[in-house]
Design a binder for this molecule. Structure first.
Ligand SMILES: NC(=O)c1ccc[n+]([C@@H]2O[C@H](COP(=O)([O-])OP(=O)(O)OC[C@H]3O[C@@H](n4cnc5c(N)ncnc54)[C@H](O)[C@@H]3O)[C@@H](O)[C@H]2O)c1
Ligand SMILES: [Zn+2]
Length: 430
């Protein structure tokens, strides 16, 4: 007789608690054969008359973040190796060939579309490429539904044919929402093509679209199956978009990585000029910022812990970004928030004047704004109130404590915010 293979099976146990029952259920790998299941499994107690249950379950989440230059070189199978052909069914005896539904940012399609089509053609993949126009203003459910309509028309096996999303943070967020909703969740692969996507939007679990003038008001946590990071896409990015991505790198530097800050301070100008393609510094900057980001996300993927280092720069910026649309990019709004937070730190003596000036100067080196005409103390207070709601009733504002560390505060007052805005004006003119 063949040795039984490890089986994935659900185990449930019924625990008696004071006056109620708790049903604990977990998926685990067992080495036993199915025939050998023990008598204690399943629902064993049918005698207790109770009307309360607790369902508890666990699911292991894992996804790969893979750096791969030349992802669409025809001899590279990495992208299509994720997933599998549809399996055979009683009606369809042989597995069908590979099929993929691909959503691509219209601008990226204009530059790389031919290469992408050649790639799938060379691997005989039946493909539908949906090219969509995206912007922060159209990061809406309407765009999500356009993606879902496309998937429905093409038809995919939700187990074997992951959706492929190629584009910047906006495209990835839209497809993420669509994939999470389609048939209650369909696997998808992210291929970020902007710096913001590579260091931030592409590598976490969050999806989201804007709703009712609020940033990312609709969305969920739905990690991709795999993320492929190909930095050669950055060669065609508009300089302003590149700098936009540097904002999130600077964020990681300021909250936890002084060495990364030094690299940005020293090489920022050159890194922009060479679009992070050539130097060792470019490699180190990307590696440190992606690693730092994942280090923060991995233990807190569902954000159970609301004091998040990566929320630095994201206290005042969501409201500012939405009010200023389309004049501020996400990273630009984040930088203005980081500048204001730095000024708050200076007011509180958490950073020295020298440190505050270094931070502001590095923002300028990275060609990022530190102020905006809409950025009044009144609007910032309104933004803070909205964020307090988001952070379960507390401000939880990450403020720089020197360079490479933060502290969380909960007691910023209106007057202090106005004082910080005045200090920022002062710092910005130096
Ligand atoms: N889900 C998350 O965790 C998360 C994290 C950070 C940011 N975001 C979201 O990401 C969005 C910002 O993303 P973004 O900065 O990538 O903006 P974006 O997606 O709008 O892309 C910026 C511009 O670059 C173009 N583009 C993309 N790739 C290109 C390439 N290789 N060459 C030339 N042009 C290219 C796009 O068409 C667009 O015009 C925001 O909506 C933000 O909320 C999400
Ligand atoms: Zn951000």
């Amino acid at each position: 007789m063949a040795t039984p293979r490890p089986q994935h099976r659900k185990t449930t146990e019924l625990l008696r608690r004071k006056g109620s029952l708790r049903l604990a259920s977990a998926t685990k790998t067992a080495e036993t054969s199915l025939a050998g299941s023990s008598a204690s499994e399943g629902l064993v107690d049918t005698t207790t008359l109770s009307t309360n249950w607790m369902v508890k379950t666990q699911q292991l989440i894992s996804y790969d973040v893979i750096s791969k230059e030349g992802l669409f070189d025809v001899d590279n199978r990495d992208l299509i190796a994720v997933g599998a052909p549809r399996p055979s069914t009683r009606l369809r005896k042989r597995p069908t060939k590979l099929r993929r539904f691909v959503v691509v940012d219209e601008v990226v399609d204009g530059i790389y579309g031919e290469r992408i089509r050649e790639y799938f053609g060379a691997h005989h993949v039946e493909t539908h490429i949906l090219s969509i126009h995206v912007s922060e203003a159209t990061k809406t459910m309407k765009s999500v539904l356009a993606v879902v309509d496309g998937i429905d028309a093409f038809g995919i096996s939700r187990r074997h044919e992951p959706i492929i999303a190629i584009g910047g943070g906006v495209l990835l967020d839209i497809v993420g929402v669509g994939a999470s909703l389609y048939r209650r969740s369909t696997p998808y692969i992210r291929v970020p093509t902007t710096l913001m996507g590579i260091v931030d939007a592409g590598i976490g679990a969050k999806t989201g679209v804007n709703y009712s003038a609020h940033k990312n008001r609709l969305g969920n946590y739905c990690p991709p199956k795999v993320v492929f990071l190909d930095r050669t896409f950055l060669a065609t990015l508009e300089p302003r978009e590149l700098c936009n991505g540097f904002a999130e790198i600077l964020k990681i530097a300021l909250v936890k990585d002084a060495r990364l800050f030094d690299l940005l301070e020293e090489h920022g100008d050159r890194l922009i000029e060479e679009r992070l393609q050539v130097s060792q510094a470019a490699e180190e900057v990307l590696r440190r910022s992606i690693h730092g980001m994942l280090e923060e996300l991995q233990p807190n993927l569902w954000e159970a812990q609301l004091e998040r280092l990566v929320d630095f720069g994201h206290t005042f910026s969501p409201t500012l970004e939405m009010r200023a649309l389309p004049s501020l990019l996400h990273g630009e709004a984040v930088t203005i928030d980081m500048a204001l937070s730095t000024a708050l730190s200076l007011v509180r003596g958490l950073v020295s004047e020298v440190e505050a000036n270094r931070i502001l100067a590095t923002m300028r080196t990275l060609r990022l704004p530190t102020d905006h005409e809409l950025c009044s103390p009144e609007l910032m207070w309104e933004a803070l109130e909205d964020t307090v709601e988001h952070r379960d009733g507390l401000q939880r504002i990450p403020l720089p404590a020197g360079i490479g560390a933060v502290t969380f505060v909960n007691d910023v007052q209106r007057a202090e915010l106005s004082a910080a805005a005045a200090v920022l004006d002062d710092l910005a003119v130096r």
